[in-house]
Design a binder for this molecule. Structure first.
Ligand code: SF4
Ligand code: SF4
Length: 235
């Protein structure tokens, strides 16, 4: 119903599936029927996605958003013809850019995994409504997006500090924390969406969850070393 419903993940999924170009059609800006102005959300998402495409090495012209009313059939036809020609000129996805097919797929898969993190980090800008096209030109910059990916935050549970209270595991929205009674907890980095909930939830007196950026996450403590010997349990 609304272009605002088009999620960043949908667009990345289309490119992951080898689609050569993605077009999003929205209602005219400031003419929202519902008063929710989701087309601004779509515009912001597209501008962010274009920067992400540049980061991945894809030509951002492969993604286009236009705003028009359902009565503007001729305009729609013109825009689609023009966009179709642009995509044809760019050639098949990745080939036109000289990126190896497998490399492109793995880059897109990595980025797609980070979508919740990207949306959380850029939440404010994604919800903004600017006034001029110039402001939109600089809403997201290439440097900013390159930095976003070079400084990705990971979360790690320090086995020396974890008291197996299980609070973090109960709060994790994607069940990414390997949890059991009296067992040091471990974050499954493959499942983790980097929401930071465990960091906030771990009681300060334990402070077992740490943020890591710029260097790799230490390997998980081996399973056979995860049991915590409680004094009460020993008696
Ligand atoms: S950062 Fe979020 S997703 Fe990752 S382990 Fe912690 S709570 Fe779960
Ligand atoms: S909340 Fe902290 S102390 Fe409790 S299980 Fe999680 S990491 Fe360990």
């Amino acid at each position: 119903m609304c272009s605002g419903r088009v999620d960043l993940a949908f667009v990345l999924r289309a490119f992951s599936n080898g689609v050569d170009g993605v077009f999003i059609g929205g209602c005219r800006l400031n003419e929202c029927n519902y008063g929710t102005h989701g087309n601004y959300d779509a515009l912001n998402m597209v501008l962010l996605c274009k920067r992400i495409m540049e980061h991945v090495g894809l030509n951002p012209e492969r993604l286009r958003i236009e705003f028009m009313s359902s009565a503007e059939g001729i305009l729609f036809a013109d825009v689609m013809r023009e966009f179709g020609n642009t995509v044809k000129e760019l050639g098949p996805l990745g080939q036109g850019e000289g990126i190896d097919h497998n490399k492109l797929r793995s880059r897109l898969a990595e980025i797609t995994k980070l979508v919740p993190y990207i949306k959380m980090m850029k939440n404010e800008k994604l919800a903004s409504r600017l006034k001029t096209p110039e402001e939109y030109d600089t809403l997201f910059t290439k440097d900013e997006i390159d930095r976003l990916f070079s400084e990705v935050i990971s979360y790690y549970i320090d086995p020396e500090k974890c008291q197996a209270c299980m609070i973090c595991a109960k709060r994790c929205p994607v069940e990414a924390i390997i949890s059991a009674k009296n067992q040091i907890h471990v974050i499954d980095q493959e499942k983790c969406i980097k929401c930071g909930t465990c960091f906030e939830a771990c009681p300060p007196r334990f402070g077992a969850v740490t943020k890591i950026s710029g260097h790799p996450v230490p390997p998980p403590i081996p399973e056979e070393k995860r049991t915590i010997a409680r004094k009460n349990a020993e008696r």
